[in-house]
Design a protein around this ligand. Structure first.
Ligand SMILES: Nc1nc2c(ncn2[C@@H]2O[C@H](COP(=O)(O)OP(=O)(O)OP(=O)(O)O)[C@@H](O)[C@H]2O)c(=O)[nH]1
Length: 580
């Protein structure tokens, strides 16, 4: 099953035609349920009290653990996966579409299958902590399960095994890792007196071993790790960590955000939690520095002049922009003047104002979810000034599309800078998506787009991402170039669904907006990708973007890694911005 990141639901099979897939997709809640009156309204199934929410988070954590364990038990021969993925990645220049297409498809499923092993691998260091206690412990475990080669070894193993079993059964003694680790030293074989019977000798050995095991177990540097990490089925503790995922405040918050959107605990995935934690962490600066104070003021009741001035200053500092700030203050004042609003409700209302603002452009041209249409060619032109994160964004979207079951291709049409093509190719390799480029110098970008569309049509590509030049020095040139590209698309792929997305660096705040205005005049923009939201105090620029440009935010980036970009959700964004 492929998780469609764009639609936030599982595709039953990425291979099925769209009409069949719809039938097989399990019904899910809209990602943003709180569009109406009450921001506290949740889906019927969503837990309501904090105790319920904690239980939900625990259940979600346990489910993720179990999924990870079952996947770890059945490894998908990572060696093969790697080889084949590498093959498909390493052959971007192959011309024959018939050969290429199945490869791309293979990459899709394998990339998905690879995720978990990759994540499990990431957790290796924590598991290796045990291994360092007993460097050969892994071998020992293997030996235990495999038939022993020599009888003396067998004997040794039998007694060691029974000792392990006994100790494992004994309460509060030692974790299996520690137990295994101590079984290493072969040279410490007991020297049982020759006149003892075999059973007596074995019992003596067992006794001696047990003593040694207990003694060594006490030496384990972290005695609190008594719980067997790999087999934990008890309720997660706050300090618990599994597969690199800690059950901490961030996990609970993320689980709550998913619960509020009607997700079931068993459907919560490690990737969604990881992303939400990252988003919240990324917006930490904006939240802590500015918007938390805003919450405090709003929570005090009707706004007096001083409070209005303070809110104004706070919002402007967060780069919310004058227009959006005015709108927020006017809406708040109206509400707080009309009725006595307890702090919690005032904050909920503030969240609703922000969500409504962020969703306004989407509601004008209603689209249920921003996603490439299945079984048709979608062409997304990616524009933006150099350094905004354009190339990185293309790579991340390509990765997301692959993972979500779309056949994807990249057209390297930023031919103005030679390095740009190379950079896009690197990201193509990372995401396992082919890049169509023209190696010649000063190639016409429109010609590259032409080739890329031809390749996309030959391969039944569903999403063609086109990198475009981002220089701003000459607005007319930019406009001419983009117009030419649009003309080629209209001619060559008249039925394609076209989006023109502007990549905007959020750390630039209001300055970025001025660039955006130039682009929106030149490029018939249909949406924005907001990058570098991690670590900026200017997260409020998202509100300025929609208010001033009237454009919806389609994706947000919160890090340099391939997983650090996701489709935008106003609900998640506002919660990350305003939840303490
Ligand atoms: N922290 C952070 N860095 C990012 C993010 N997105 C991109 N970057 C970084 O921003 C820098 C510029 O990104 P690019 O993708 O090369 O930007 P570009 O717009 O293609 O610019 P050119 O390469 O100059 O054409 C790189 O160092 C990226 O790693 C993000 O969401 N967070």
């Amino acid at each position: 099953m492929v998780f469609n990141w764009f639609r936030r639901q599982h595709n039953e099979s990425s291979e099925l035609p769209a009409d069949q897939q719809q039938g097989e997709t399990p019904p899910t809640q809209e990602p943003q349920p709180e569009t109406a009156e009450s921001s506290t309204s949740t889906a019927d199934t969503a837990p309501e009290t904090s105790a319920d929410l904690l239980a939900f988070a625990k259940a979600a954590y346990k489910n993720i653990q179990q999924k990870q364990q079952s996947q770890a038990v059945e490894p998908e021969s990572p060696a093969e996966v790697e080889i084949e993925t590498a093959q498909s990645v390493a052959a971007p220049e192959v011309e024959t579409p018939e050969v290429e297409t199945p490869k791309v498809e293979t990459t899709v499923s394998q990339t998905t299958a690879q995720e978990v092993p990759a994540e499990v691998t990431e957790t290796a260091p924590s598991l290796e902590v045990d291994a360092t206690v007993a460097p050969t412990s892994t071998e020992e475990v293997t030996t235990e399960e495999a038939p022993a080669e020599e009888s003396s070894v067998t004997e040794e193993v039998i007694s060691a095994t029974s000792a392990i079993e006994e100790i494992a059964e004994a309460p509060d003694v030692v974790s299996p890792e520690a137990t295994v680790s101590v079984s290493t030293p072969e040279e410490t074989q007991p020297t049982a007196p020759g006149n003892l019977s075999f059973l007596e000798r074995a019992a003596a050995e067992r006794q001696a071993k047990q003593e040694r095991l207990i003694a060594s177990a006490i030496e384990v540097p972290e005695p609190e790790i008594v719980q067997p990490a790999a087999t934990t089925t008890t309720t997660p503790e706050t300090t618990e960590e599994f597969a690199g995922l800690a059950f901490d405040e961030g996990f609970v918050w993320s689980a709550e955000i998913l619960a509020a959107q009607g997700r079931r605990a068993e459907d919560v995935s490690i990737e969604e939690i990881t992303w939400l934690k990252k988003l919240r962490q990324g917006l930490d600066k904006t939240r802590r520095n500015i918007l938390n104070q805003l919450k405090a003021i709003v929570g005090q009741g009707p706004l007096n002049q001083a409070a209005v001035a303070e809110i104004e200053a706070l919002l402007l500092q967060a780069d919310v922009g004058v227009e959006a700030t005015d709108f927020i203050i006017t809406s708040l004042q109206k509400k707080l003047r009309e009725e006595v609003t307890p702090p919690e409700e005032a904050i909920a209302y503030l969240k609703q104002i922000l969500r409504d603002m962020l969703d306004a452009p989407v509601q004008k041209n209603y689209q249920p979810a921003f996603a490439p249409d299945k079984d048709t060619l979608n062409i997304w032109l990616i524009t933006g000034v150099n350094g905004a994160g354009k190339t990185t964004t293309i790579g991340k979207i390509a990765h997301l599309a692959q993972k979500s079951g779309y056949k994807c291709l990249i057209g390297a049409a930023d031919t103005f800078r030679a390095a740009a093509v190379e950079q896009v190719k690197v990201w193509g390799t990372r995401s396992g998506v082919e890049v169509i480029s023209n190696p010649g110098k000063n190639t016409d970008p429109a010609a590259v787009v032409f080739d890329a569309i031809a390749a996309a049509q030959a391969r039944d590509t569903e999403l063609l991402l086109v990198d475009t030049a981002g220089r701003l020095q000459n607005k007319k040139n930019l406009m001419d170039e983009l117009t030419k590209i649009r003309r080629i698309i209209d001619k060559k792929a008249p039925n394609a669904k076209i989006e023109s997305l502007l990549v905007l660096d959020s750390t630039l705040g209001q300055n970025g907006l001025r660039q955006a205005e130039v682009f929106s005049q030149a490029a018939q923009l249909s949406g924005v990708v907001l990058t570098k939201l991690d670590g900026t105090a200017k997260g409020g620029v998202a509100l300025a973007v929609v208010q001033q440009l009237g454009l919806p935010i389609r994706f947000i980036g919160a890090g340099e890694g391939i997983e650090d970009l996701r489709p935008f959700s106003s609900y998640e964004f506002v919660e990350a911005l305003l939840s303490g």
